[in-house]
Design a protein around this ligand. Structure first.
Ligand SMILES: [Zn+2]
Length: 287
C-alpha cells in the first residue's frame, strides 16, 4: 500500500518517526508521500525523503497559511503564520534528485477563515495562490495534491479553466475527498484522482460519500491517512499514522464488495503511476 498523504514532516512525529515507519512496513505500507503545508514543512519533507528510501516529498503552500490565524483541527490547535508564496524558493526545493513527486498540498479552504477578512477577499487571495502553484507544477512537469474544504465549486472552476489552457499536464489528486457525486465526476472528467481518508470509516459518514466511492472506478482511487489528523475507526481519537491506512483500504473493499488484495494492488499502482514512484526508484538505483 501507499499512504499517499501523511505529514511525518509535522511536529507530531518528532519523537517516534522510526517506530511509525516500522509499524507501517509491518502492515505492508511500502511508500509514503509527505506533503508540506508551508515552506518549512516542505523543506522538512524533502529532508526526510532524502533520509528514508520509502518516503517521498510534495511541496506546497496550504491556503490556511496565507493569513496568521488560530486553527482548531480535532485535538490539534495551532497558530499559523502568514507566508507569502516564493515561487523561486519552492522551485529550488524540487531539484532533480530531491524526490519531490508533487506540488501540494495547496488549494482552497473557506472553512478556516481568518478574522477580520471578508470571504471575497480570502477567496481572491487563495485562488491567486493556487494559480501560482499550478504554474509551478506545470513548469516542473509534476502532478498536484489539492486540498479543498467547502470550496469544491470554485476549485473545479479554476481547474477547468487551467486545464483548458494546457496547464497541469501531469494531473493530480483531490485529497480527502468529501464532495458530492457530481463534483466527483467533474474532477474525474478532468483526469484527476480522488483520495479518501479515515473519514470513510466513521460511523457518521455521509451516505453520499459512500455512493461516491461506489461510483468511482478503482483505478481512480488512492488511499491516505492525512496523519497526524483523522485517525480511522477503530483508532479514532488517537494520533493517526501511516500504518492505519490499511483501515481505509479495508473500508473501500467493503463498500465496493471486492477483495482487500485488489484494493491494495490497484491503489498502489495508481499512486505509482501518478507520482511516478517506480521510475523514480529506478533512477535512484542508477545513481
Ligand atoms: Zn494534509
Amino acid at each position: 500500500m501507499v499512504d499517499t498523504h501523511c505529514h511525518l514532516n509535522f511536529r507530531a512525529f518528532k519523537d517516534d518517526l522510526e517506530a511509525c515507519l516500522s509499524r507501517a512496513s509491518e502492515v505492508g505500507v511500502n511508500y509514503m508521500i509527505n506533503p508540506g503545508s508551508q515552506y518549512d514543512t516542505s523543506k522538512r519533507s524533502v529532508e526526510l525523503a532524502k533520509k528514508y528510501d520509502n518516503l517521498y516529498a510534495a511541496i506546497g503552500l496550504h491556503p490556511i497559511h496565507l493569513f496568521a490565524m488560530e486553527v482548531d483541527e480535532g485535538e490539534d490547535h495551532f497558530a499559523t503564520r502568514a507566508e507569502v508564496f516564493d515561487y523561486e524558493k519552492y522551485r529550488d526545493l524540487a531539484k532533480p534528485d530531491s524526490k519531490v513527486v508533487a506540488i501540494g498540498e495547496c488549494g482552497l479552504d473557506y472553512f478556516h477563515l481568518p478574522p477580520g477578512r471578508t470571504i471575497a477577499e480570502v477567496r481572491a487571495v487563495q485562488i491567486e495562490l493556487l494559480k501560482q502553484q499550478i504554474k509551478l507544477a506545470t513548469d516542473l512537469n509534476l502532478p498536484m495534491i489539492f486540498h479543498c474544504r467547502e470550496a469544491y465549486e470554485d476549485l473545479l472552476e479554476v481547474l477547468q479553466a487551467e486545464v483548458k489552457q494546457g496547464q497541469l499536464p501531469q494531473g493530480g489528486v483531490v485529497h480527502c475527498f468529501l464532495g458530492d457525486r457530481e463534483q466527483a465526476q467533474a474532477f474525474l472528467d478532468l483526469g484527476l484522482l480522488l483520495s479518501f481518508t479515515g473519514i470513510i470509516t466513521f460511523k457518521n459518514v455521509k451516505p453520499e460519500l459512500i455512493e461516491v466511492i461506489k461510483q468511482t472506478p478503482l483505478d481512480k482511487i488512492m488511499i491516505e491517512t492525512d496523519a497526524p489528523y483523522l485517525a480511522p475507526a477503530p483508532h479514532r481519537g488517537q494520533r493517526n499514522e501511516p500504518a492505519f491506512v490499511a483501515e481505509v483500504a479495508k473500508k473501500i473493499a467493503d463498500i465496493k464488495g471486492i477483495s482487500l488484495a485488489e484494493v491494495d494492488k490497484t491503489t498502489t499502482e495508481n499512486a505509482q503511476r501518478l507520482f511516478r514512484l517506480s521510475s523514480l526508484s529506478q533512477a535512484q538505483r542508477r545513481l
